[in-house]
Ligand binder design. Sequence first.
Ligand SMILES: Cc1ncc(COP(=O)(O)O)c(C=O)c1O
Length: 249
Amino acid sequence: MHSFDIATLAVRAGYDQTQEQENSEAIFPTSSFRYKSAAQAAARFNGEEKGNVYSRFTNPTVRAFENRLALMEGGEACVGTASGMSAILSTFMALCESGDHVVCSQSVFGTTKVLFNKYLSKFGLEVTFVSQTDVAEWGDAIQPNTKAFFLETPSNPLTEVADLSTISALAKANNCLLIVDNCFCTPILQRPLEQGADIIIHSATKFLDGQGRGIGGAVVGSNELVDEHVRGFMRTAGPSMSPFNAWIF
Ligand SMILES: Cc1ncc(COP(=O)(O)O)c(C=O)c1O
């Protein structure tokens, strides 16, 4: 397979030109889709035929954003979300259950801590906060029910940098997922999946947009974790990315 430079991926990857042969991406601001027949609509709705059903589930403009970011991060799948916070919420709602434990860097964005302490804790998710830079603390915090490690690197606002390959080796050795918020670097500067992370989170609001025009987020990783589980939560609970924001990003 041809491998393109990331700068080329950033402007071209993941988008299927329409029959109009447009140079810039088309935008599909549509809530739902029209079918050739009632039989086709039925096949789409019951999953027998692949294709768009409703823009809470999939939308062509959002799909272009998702495909492009997945290719740039080196992941199999990406789900666009309404915000960075809903990317984090969707990931933990989809992949964790009551009684699970998470080890989280104490340096993460403040609202992420509120999400764990005030909301996810109500559903029985336990969290231990540890130093971003002291790997021994991560090892000491592991419990039999630890499901995932979570960190952002560099962190907001202290810009602490995590030792991703050591922390990912520790996660793997203990059968935990490593979830990394890559919002500050973007895949242009850092690709955490290549260093052993299982899932990448973005607040697209920040440097993926780069110009302060919209709120959005994304989750990138394997087909199984992201397309089956996180997309399943997202299409059910509804924190979907809007086509307009996807087009901007
Ligand atoms: C590192 C990081 N993650 C997540 C978020 C949340 O993203 P959003 O504001 O798009 O919900 C932010 C927002 O500042 C952030 O800085």
